[in-house]
Design a protein around this ligand. Sequence first.
Ligand SMILES: Nc1ncnc2c1ncn2[C@@H]1O[C@H](COP(=O)(O)OP(=O)(O)OP(=O)(O)O)[C@@H](O)[C@H]1O
Ligand SMILES: [Mg+2]
Length: 286
Amino acid sequence: MMSTLLDVQNLWVRFPTRNGVFDAVRGVSFTLGRERLGIVGESGSGKSMTGRAILRLIRPPGIVEADQISLEGQDLMKLSEKDMRAVRGQRISMVMQDPKFSLNPVMTIGDQIIEAYRLHNSASKADAYNKSLEMLEAVSIRDAERVMRAYPHEMSGGMGQRIMIAMMLIPNPEILIADEPTSALDVSVQRQVLDIMDKLVKERGMGLIFISHDLNLVADFCDRVLIMYSGRIVEVCDADKLHEAKHPYTRGLLNSLPRLDAPRDRLEVLERDPEWSEAPSVSGSE
Ligand SMILES: Nc1ncnc2c1ncn2[C@@H]1O[C@H](COP(=O)(O)OP(=O)(O)OP(=O)(O)O)[C@@H](O)[C@H]1O
Ligand SMILES: [Mg+2]
């Protein structure tokens, strides 16, 4: 049996709006072991909100509710904000969809990595500097010394993303939540970043939640996949079986992928059935 790192039961994320409460995540339940778990679904289906809610990073007035979000038996929903901060820094790391917002704009990249490293390891400044260089090189940043001296706004999106991944891995987390971690990267760098994450899962037994739009990438890279539609999980399957998925929404997502081997004049339009998500939570808005 694979050990369970994270057990999420009946997770809801709600946003009060002028037209009533909008439910972005609606009763999601799943477990994560020492594996690569993909979350796919179209834009707005609730993937990022699910990831953020696990870390209780939903900004007010958003509300997170769950029967439990347990990390190796400890319910995160019951922790104080102070204890939650310790979980965020050490045990679960998240690479946000837009990494530039996660870096401090007035501090050099180097100072930020060194600070993060020294927070988790007792190391001299010189040792921390060398370690930071190594970590940047590990995520395929070639001119690491120059990058150490640069500020976040001087970085491209792809570089920012890799810097975030390097920083998130410093504390050696038990779980990494990576939200579209490779979407701003070109294919060869993407492969390197995936290899880094893969190694952490295989060698250190980390659990990875990999959020992505890219069904082919997820089918190829992950072990299992959750398919989200309108705030719910509509299907769970082994990643290598994704192309045989049964749910009509998943089939629609797969059929709307452009294929090089079978080009078509037009991409298929996704058909939807209100039954997939039950009644919409905000009425009168369509
Ligand atoms: N502060 C907010 N107030 C109201 N609704 C919000 C707020 N933040 C997010 N939402 C809504 O929650 C839903 C889920 O958003 P989420 O960011 O999880 O989608 P996603 O699946 O990550 O999409 P994408 O693939 O575009 O990143 C969306 O419909 C979004 O508009
Ligand atoms: Mg998102």
